[in-house]
Design a protein around this ligand. Structure first.
Ligand code: NAI
Ligand code: MG
Length: 497
């Protein structure tokens, strides 16, 4: 298919497919060709207001607030089934717009329905409590109620998955939602809405506005009718959203990336650890919040481990992300491409040694795409910028350590705390490390595993709140306590009881 005929997309507001009120659009690029392939509406404040007011109407009137939790759950499960039917199509759109590998996206899109099934099942299992209240003559109980309009701000690295992590619990809890995808990858969410439409939700329950962060994004998070912002993205934007939410006392949940240590002890199964280190940093071209971007290797095996790592990383096939054989795809967008290349210079200038890659990939199979060679730096000190800052690309920093104490100290010596990996055959080391690492997820002898039923989120600067698992739904609920007096007489009003 030629990329010259641009596919034209509309947004989805109040159950209708619309353009921006002022008719503006922007192009979205295909990272493999480096050329635009679609046009997307560029929403401004007026469009965002229409979407939020539609969501607000859907929250306060009509079918949605009258629906039982069981009925909401059934809609979510139907949505999950429909997504299964369209998994391959959604995957191919994401490959085109984002440059993600078809091999990864096919699996991700087939797994996606699980979030809608799980939270659909959870919808009618949220129960309040009867409090055995200390004041006689009272019946006191709690109810968990939805918040209102939820704004979901989505980054470009895994749009459909990171939307599911927010949308499924938000809807299960009875909220309504306005989603703003990243300006780099809006198409998959607009295709998702074509599927969503068939599930039978009342109009306005879910709306998608497309556009830029400083326009549509800011208008959305500052809208007075938005009760909560659920955000995944950079810590800088997360901090800006957090402080703007503070002005209106809005709830937030934030998932803000990391600089996760992947720690290999000398007693590890080396073959497995090499695979884990590679998938930790080169899967998804390193563009994941959980990237194991700091590889800590115990000194005794350091040189041998690096040799084996380089040997395996060298075999990575780069090229067309639509090809099932491709193992490392392009970087998703030009600013990110420049950022990653910039860090290659930073690493060298700070004195780290490049043992693999270190440049833009100019292999013929990479064409005009935004490819960076899988890169491994050794001789990295943990205070170097490439060890402290999130690169979000296929760039690994290898740091030696002597013993568990030092591994813990280096591992925790970053502002982030999203995830950590530990490779050891020693059970005591595994348990001790999993306790001492300050991260929301610790993987032992595995890396990158996530599940709809496993809580996920950050310690420290990696964020606030948890996604997936039972507790995620509480991020979208608030607790009301109801007191009903059973006394026949209201007592003396001047005495506090
Ligand atoms: P970003 O955090 O600026 O963008 C994420 C989303 O927030 C996008 O939808 C964007 O339009 C929106 N946004 C931006 N400014 C906003 C504002 N003022 N108000 C409301 N919404 C706003 O991330 P960006 O620029 O796409 O990537 C920059 C860096 O962020 C990457 O290099 C990477 O280090 C990190 N990142 C982390 C991710 C994670 O999963 N934690 C995902 C994507 C990027
Ligand atoms: Mg794109």
């Amino acid at each position: 298919m030629s990329d010259t005929a641009l596919t034209k997309y509309s947004m989805h507001i109040d159950g209708e497919w619309v353009g921006a009120a002022d008719g503006r659009t922007f192009d979205s690029d295909n990272p493999f060709t480096g050329r635009p392939w679609s046009t997307i509406p560029r929403a401004g404040a007026e469009d965002v207001d229409r979407a939020v007011m539609a969501a607000h109407r859907a929250f306060t009137s009509g079918q949605w607030p009258a629906m039982t939790a069981t009925a909401r759950g059934a809609l979510l499960r139907r949505l999950g089934d429909l997504l299964s039917d369209h998994a391959d199509h959604l995957a191919s759109i994401e490959v085109r717009d984002n440059g993600k590998l078809i091999a990864e996206m096919a699996g991700q899109c087939r797994y996606l329905p699980e979030w809608y099934h799980y939270f659909g099942g959870l919808a009618d299992k949220i129960e309040g409590a009867v409090i055995p209240i200390d004041k006689p003559g009272n019946f006191t109980f709690t109810r968990h109620e939805p918040l209102g309009v939820v704004a979901a701000i989505i980054p470009w690295n895994s749009p459909l998955l990171l939307t599911a992590w927010k949308l499924a619990p938000a809807l299960a809890a009875g909220n309504t939602v306005v989603i703003k995808p990243s300006e780099f990858t809006s198409a998959s969410l607009l295709e998702f809405m074509k599927v969503f439409e068939q599930a039978g939700f009342p109009r306005g329950v879910v709306n998608v506005v497309t556009g830029f962060g400083a326009e549509a994004g800011e208008a959305l998070v500052t809208h007075p009718k938005v009760a909560k912002v659920a955000f995944t993205g950079s810590d800088r934007t997360g901090a800006a959203i957090y402080s703007s939410a503070a002005r209106d006392i809005k709830r937030v949940s934030l998932e803000l990336g990391g600089k996760s240590p992947n720690i290999v002890f000398a007693d590890a199964n080396i073959e497995n650890a090499v695979r884990g280190a590679i998938s930790g940093i080169f899967a998804a071209t390193g563009q994941t919040c959980i990237a194991g971007s700091r590889l800590l290797v115990q000194r005794g095996i350091h040189d041998e481990f690096v040799d084996r790592l380089v040997a395996m990383a060298k075999t990575a096939r780069m090229g067309d992300p639509m090809d099932h054989e491709t193992q490392v795809g392009p970087v998703t967008n030009p600013p990110q491409f420049e950022k990653v290349l910039g860090y290659l210079d930073v690493g060298r200038e700070d004195g780290a040694e490049v043992v693999l890659g270190g440049s833009r990939a100019s292999r013929p199979e990479c064409g005009d795409g935004w490819f960076v060679e899988p890169t491994i730096f050794t001789g990295v000190r943990n205070d170097m910028r490439i060890a402290q800052e999130e690169v979000f690309g296929p760039v690994l920093s290898v740091i030696p350590f002597d013993d568990e104490e030092e591994a813990v100290a280096i591992g925790n010596d970053v502002v982030f705390g999203l995830a950590a990996g530990v490779w050891t055959e020693n059970m005591r080391t595994a348990l001790s490390m999993s306790e001492r690492l300050r991260a929301g997820t610790v993987w032992v002898n595995t890396y990158r595993a996530v599940s709809f039923m496993a809580p996920f989120g950050g310690y420290k600067r990696s964020g606030i709140g948890r996604e997936s698992g039972k507790e995620a739904i509480m991020e979208y609920l608030q607790t009301k306590c109801v007191w009903i007096s059973t006394a026949s007489e209201v007592p003396n009003p001047f005495v506090m009881r």
